[in-house]
Design a protein around this ligand. Structure first.
Ligand SMILES: Nc1ncnc2c1ncn2[C@@H]1O[C@H](COP(=O)(O)OP(=O)(O)OP(=O)(O)O)[C@@H](O)[C@H]1O
Length: 300
């Protein structure tokens, strides 16, 4: 096991940031922590990278205990914090050299691991980190987290605030790092990124709602979901919520996602009800379950 978390809890005064969290990440796995802001992801990352002490529970990373063996963990893991972690006044090259020196290595020694990412920012190697674009900063931060060849890589919301093209590129890079044998724990609030992980833990209010492969999580969703639309989405949502058989109603892109309490649900009946509420241009059609739907159901 590369990461093992047993019954970890963490509170900040009255705020219970993590409540009895347990899970394991296998060696070489790409594991995602999926949850909204404030779910407790950063607290968990800080505990696993030995920067924060838990109130209860134990955890090991790369076989080392996060409390007793904290120095060994610091040498064996790479951590890319959510907030920009680089020295804004140092150049790209100076930042990377700084991180390499801190770990007693050089850029040359481990260049093979970062090469693919570094070549993209090398043309700007003399630019100060504070003057880089969001995507460039993210690539530099990843290089800095990798420069000492970590066994386990912790990435806290690496794609937050990054454009969709750069996000896609970033996930492709992660897949290639995984192929080099690095275990990766990554957090994201973007549900579409969950599908790119081997396994995910859905987390909310400091609690794990479910852990499984993205495919299994979607497969076990208990209901048929319908895309519903009408001219007036606000009134449509209110009408659906007021419908006596509604199980769940929430906005989903251009549609409202609807599930019914009954197993013998008939969309024609719902259409008649919505028409009686003066809603027009109605569309009611079956749709596929996504991770976000599962999250909404579990978080209900
Ligand atoms: N130092 C702190 N003092 C008090 N409360 C804190 C502290 N750090 C985090 N919290 C609270 O603990 C909860 C979990 O925060 P945490 O940062 O771990 O979650 P997160 O999922 O990473 O969210 P975000 O993306 O917003 O950072 C939140 O309610 C947060 O306000």
């Amino acid at each position: 096991m590369s990461i093992s978390v047993s019954n970890i809890s963490k509170s900040y005064d009255a705020v219970k940031a993590l409540q009895d969290i347990s899970f394991e990440v296998k060696s070489g796995e790409l594991f995602g922590l999926i949850g909204p802001d404030g779910a407790g992801k950063t607290s968990l990352f800080r505990i696993l990278t030995t920067l924060l002490l838990a109130n209860e529970g134990t955890a090991t990373v790369a076989g080392f205990d996060v409390v007793k063996d904290y120095k060994k963990i610091r040498n064996s893991v790479g951590y890319m914090p959510g907030k920009f972690s680089l020295y804004q006044d140092l150049t790209v090259e100076e930042n990377l050299t700084f991180f390499a020196t801190t770990f007693g290595t050089t850029i040359q020694e481990n260049y093979d691991l970062i090469q693919e990412i570094y070549v993209q920012i090398e043309p700007f190697k003399n630019r100060r980190a504070g003057k880089l674009s969001g995507g460039m900063k993210q690539k530099l931060a990843l290089c800095c987290a990798l420069i000492h060849k970590p066994k386990v890589l912790f990435l806290d919301e690496p794609t937050t605030g990054v454009d969709p093209v750069s996000r896609k590129e970033f996930w492709e890079m992660l897949k290639r790092l995984q192929q080099k044998g690095i275990t990766i724990l990554v957090s994201t609030p973007y549900m579409d990124e969950a599908a790119l992980c081997d396994r995910i833990a859905l987390i909310q209010d400091g609690k794990i709602l479910q852990i499984d492969t993205p495919q299994a999580i979607v497969k076990h969703y208990p209901k048929q979901i319908y895309n519903v639309s009408a001219t007036n989405t606000y009134e449509l949502t209110n009408a659906l919520k007021a419908y006596e058989y509604s199980h769940s109603v929430y906005p989903f892109g251009e549609f409202v996602h609807y599930t019914d309490q009954r197993s013998d649900f008939n969309p024609t009946e719902l259409k008649a009800y919505l028409e009686s509420k003066n809603l027009s241009d109605l569309v009611i059609e079956k749709t596929k379950v996504t991770i976000e739907d599962t999250f909404m159901e579990l978080a209900k």
